[in-house]
Design a protein around this ligand. Structure first.
Ligand SMILES: Nc1ncnc2c1ncn2[C@@H]1O[C@H](COP(=O)(O)OP(=O)(O)OP(=O)(O)O)[C@@H](O)[C@H]1O
Length: 496
């Protein structure tokens, strides 16, 4: 029997020897198994490379081992991260490294002394692929990787194109004195980074002008992100604006969500219907505008953003401030450069050009032949008050185009649609007339179609009665703002 004291005195020595042997043989096993291996010291200098690694030297631009070994790794291996592993002491267990020599599946592990101090690092190349993909051991992995890369690039390009604006300031049709002045103001502010407040009735082209201002400034290549505040349920607004930190919620939102401010980083955030912003959120918005920092819901970290704000409203913000419904400090912050878009009734000299432009657009979208207007049709248009402005004009023209085959639309053909697109019903009148369930010839229609038409008439009536104020219209209809917006979006999607 061996003396246990002696054994315990001997064992550590044994263990150390075994460990040393294991370490040494592991080193040899790695050096032989890996395609290439290198050791780098604390000062980032390459101290040793395996025979396998020597095969990569020509592709890295080195003829002799002696030109390579002894040099700092960052000087001779483009895109290496060995230096970071040495400086941080943290391993990168598996990674893809791409440089002029090809693509490599690599591991980078720090080497430490007995006291735990980092002495250097060991780098291993497991698989490789030549730059022209004709040689190497990574074919299946690389094929998958490059396909995913291509798909990601395409998705990014598509997203960027979607976030680019369709309109410029010149797309704002009109040459009346009022419009020329508005365009002059817009061009002047486009070149600045200041906050712009677009004022005007519903359908006067506030969103179009916001896009034009973005497209005319130095952020044009950046994203243009629009948020219709009135269309988002109040409880979701904060997350929509500022995003949600991963893990803040369970379920579908577990991964977190990027907020509109972050999405608009480097570009413009268009805040439509700013007058509908709930008071508690107004305070948060003000802070973001001042600090240019957002704090995602459920996070205690702030993120810097570089966003230009263009806000719009059809409501009287000043009166809302007086009533205490809108914060005065936010109002002054937004009202730096106000631009008031004229109502259509105040620029009737633009009717001809606008109608022509809209008919052109309707023709393109519907595939119908381009229509024009007779003189009496134009006169009819000039007599109407246009509470829904250009949007109402567009709807009237579109309905006339769809219902008539004539290439020149006359007053008689237009008559039915002018004013019906936004009938001037009072708040107490209902749009549910029996005729609404019948076709124009009195024929019975399928119920879903009749119901949809009734809804559309009631919504238009409510919008007219409230001067385009969607929150008030929704209240009048007994539905939520979000439902109203859903219905409006649905009806425009069906049309467009
Ligand atoms: N000057 C214009 N030239 C050409 N099209 C216009 C013009 N103004 C508005 N439009 C068109 O009218 C419609 C309504 O415009 P837009 O959505 O920009 O109005 P808005 O003032 O933002 O409305 P809301 O306040 O209801 O959101 C769009 O189809 C837009 O392209």
């Amino acid at each position: 029997m061996s003396d246990p004291l002696r054994t315990s005195a001997i064992l550590p020595q044994h263990a150390e020897a075994v460990l040393r042997l294991a370490a040494q043989s592991m080193f040899e096993v790695f050096a032989r198994t890996a395609l290439g291996m290198m050791v780098v010291d604390r000062q980032h200098r390459i101290v040793w490379i395996s025979d396998g690694y020597k095969h990569f030297l020509p592709a890295l631009g080195f003829e002799h081992e002696s030109d390579f070994v002894g040099r700092p790794i960052e000087e001779v291996v483009p895109n290496t991260m060995m230096n970071q592993v040495i400086d941080s002491g943290r391993p990168i267990v598996l990674d893809l490294l791409t440089n002029k020599a090809g693509t490599f599946l690599v591991s980078r592990l720090p080497l430490r002394d007995e006291a735990g101090e980092v002495l250097g690092a060991v780098g291993l190349v497991w698989l490789n692929e030549s730059p022209d993909h004709t040689q190497g051991t990574m074919q299946p992995l690389m094929a998958k990787f490059s396909r995913l890369h291509k798909e990601l690039d395409e998705a990014r390009r598509e997203l960027a194109a979607q976030r680019r604006t369709k309109y410029t300031i010149a797309s704002f049709i009109g040459s009346s004195a009022a419009v020329m002045e508005v365009k002059r103001q817009a061009r002047r502010v486009a070149g600045t980074d200041s906050t712009v407040l677009l004022l005007g009735e519903t359908g006067t082209g506030k969103e179009l002008m916001a896009q034009g201002i973005h497209a005319g400034g130095h952020r044009a290549a950046g994203p243009f992100i629009g948020v219709n505040i009135a269309a988002i349920p109040e409880s979701l607004l904060e997350a929509e604006f500022f995003g949600v930190a991963p893990g803040a919620f369970t379920g579908a939102d577990r991964k977190g969500r990027v907020g509109k401010f972050k999405l608009a980083d480097g570009g413009t955030l268009f805040l439509d219907e700013i007058g509908d912003m709930p008071l508690p959120l107004q305070a948060k918005l003000l802070r973001v505008l001042q600090e240019q920092e957002v704090e995602p819901v459920g996070s205690n970290k702030v993120e810097r953003v570089d966003v230009r704000i263009i806000a719009a409203t059809s409501r009287n913000l000043q009166a809302m401030v007086a009533e205490g419904a809108f914060r005065a400090d936010l109002y002054y912050r937004l009202n730096v450069l106000p631009i008031r878009l004229p109502a259509l009734r105040d620029r009737l000299s633009d009717l001809d050009a606008l109608a022509d432009h809209l008919l052109d657009d309707i023709g393109r979208r519907t595939g119908l032949t381009h229509r024009s207007l007779s003189d009496d049709a134009l006169e009819l248009l000039a007599q109407h008050d246009w509470p829904g402005n250009i949007r109402e004009l567009r709807n009237a023209l579109e309905q006339a185009c769809l219902m008539t085959d004539e290439l020149v639309l006359t007053a008689a053909q237009l008559q039915r649609w002018v004013g019906t697109a936004a009938p001037a019903l009072g708040a107490t009148e209902t749009a549910a007339t029996p005729g609404a369930t019948m076709g124009s010839e009195g024929a019975v229609k399928p119920l879903p179609q009749a119901v949809a038409e009734l809804e559309a008439v009631a919504i238009k009536a409510a919008l007219t009665a409230t001067g385009g104020n969607k929150l008030a219209a929704a209240r009048m209809l007994g539905i939520s703002r979000a439902t109203l917006y859903e219905k409006l979006a649905l009806s425009s999607a069906v049309k467009g």
